[in-house]
Design a protein around this ligand. Structure first.
Ligand SMILES: Cc1cc2nc3c(=O)[nH]c(=O)nc-3n(C[C@H](O)[C@H](O)[C@H](O)COP(=O)(O)OP(=O)(O)OC[C@H]3O[C@@H](n4cnc5c(N)ncnc54)[C@H](O)[C@@H]3O)c2cc1C
Ligand code: FES
Length: 272
């Protein structure tokens, strides 16, 4: 019988220092089989002796068994992962969780709202949308970070700014001498977006306090509850609906989520 807890091996091909506490790893599966996933899903990444934890696929799906994860250094496992080098091997179980509602977003305008490392799961969908550009309407991206040095994917964000019918708005809480842009929380940027709120889709990921206040303001602008989706982060152990660590109000975040519409979030007791 197949052991669902058994990781497959992946090799680290490249490591990029994104911010002082975050690195983006490009991994390639070397064991038998393929890694198939869609934007919004996550994987369980492990390192022998240090443990296992969930991380979001941060890159658009492809067919060459390569994928990226952006990892913030916060504790035992993530510290150990940050010490790894190219060609080192990690364990991967994948793919888990639900995807962003790809069937609902075709031909729609889309607003992305990210805070800090919340840009990682949204990046998978943003890359997917730009790869299939003609299938989508106007794209607006709002991204807020603590300070300019905490902004992820700086070069890629510049390239998003140059795409047709798209715009990227950045803000930081604590500007430094290099910063000439907007200061403050992501909500200060919402009045700048040019989308039809009645039909546009919204995707949010970031700290729960950011999600709460951003949804409140997004609703005030006339966006529909059913078109607003957020990625929720909860403590997870198994990632496959067995251990109960991520259970809230009849839902397993690892199986039924991590992506929920605001209508579903309210049923889980998460209100803006
Ligand atoms: C679905 C999902 C997707 C995720 N995607 C990413 C990602 O793409 N990149 C990334 O850097 N992190 C992501 N995380 C968070 C990541 O799993 C944790 O940072 C990781 O478990 C920390 O492991 P550690 O051993 O280094 O930290 P530990 O030593 O276990 O803990 C260090 C600190 O981090 C806190 N912590 C641990 N896990 C979580 C959690 N799930 N939520 C909030 N706080 C936590 C602990 O309370 C403690 O304060 C995701 C979590 C989930 C549930
Ligand atoms: S993480 Fe074990 S049930 Fe969700």
């Amino acid at each position: 019988m197949k052991n669902e807890y058994l990781p497959r091996r992946a090799v680290i091909e490249t490591i990029v220092d994104d911010t002082p506490d975050t690195k983006t790893f490009t991994l390639r599966l070397i064991d038998k089989g393929n890694i198939r996933y869609k934007p919004g899903q996550f994987l369980m990444l492990s390192l022998a002796g240090f443990g296992e934890a969930p991380f979001t696929f941060a890159s658009c799906p492809n067919s060459n068994n390569r994928f990226q994860v952006s990892i913030r250094r916060v504790g035992t496992l993530t510290n150990a992962l940050h010490k790894l080098r190219e060609k080192d091997i990690v364990g991967v179980r994948a793919s888990y969780g639900n995807t962003f509602p790809l069937d609902k977003i075709k031909n729609k305008d889309i607003l992305f709202v990210a805070g800090g490392c919340g840009i990682a799961p949204l990046r998978s969908l943003i890359q997917y949308v730009f790869k299939n550009r003609k299938d989508y309407g106007r794209i607006e991206i709002i991204y807020g970070c603590r300070s300019p040095k905490d902004i992820f994917y700086k070069d890629e964000i510049k390239s998003w700014q140059n795409k047709t019918n798209s715009n990227v708005h950045l803000t930081v809480d604590e500007p430094d001498a290099s910063w000439a842009g907007t200061c403050g929380v992501v909500c200060v940027l919402l009045p700048k977006i040019k989308l039809n709120p009645k039909t546009a889709m919204v995707f949010l990921c970031g700290p729960s306090i950011m999600i709460k206040f951003a949804i409140k303001d997004i609703l005030k602008l006339g966006f529909k509850e059913r078109n607003i989706y957020a990625s929720l982060e909860r403590y997870m152990k198994c990632g496959i609906g067995k251990c109960g660590h991520c259970y809230i109000k009849g839902k397993y975040i690892c199986l039924d989520g991590p992506n929920f519409s605001y209508v579903q979030m309210r049923k889980l007791g998460i209100e803006a």
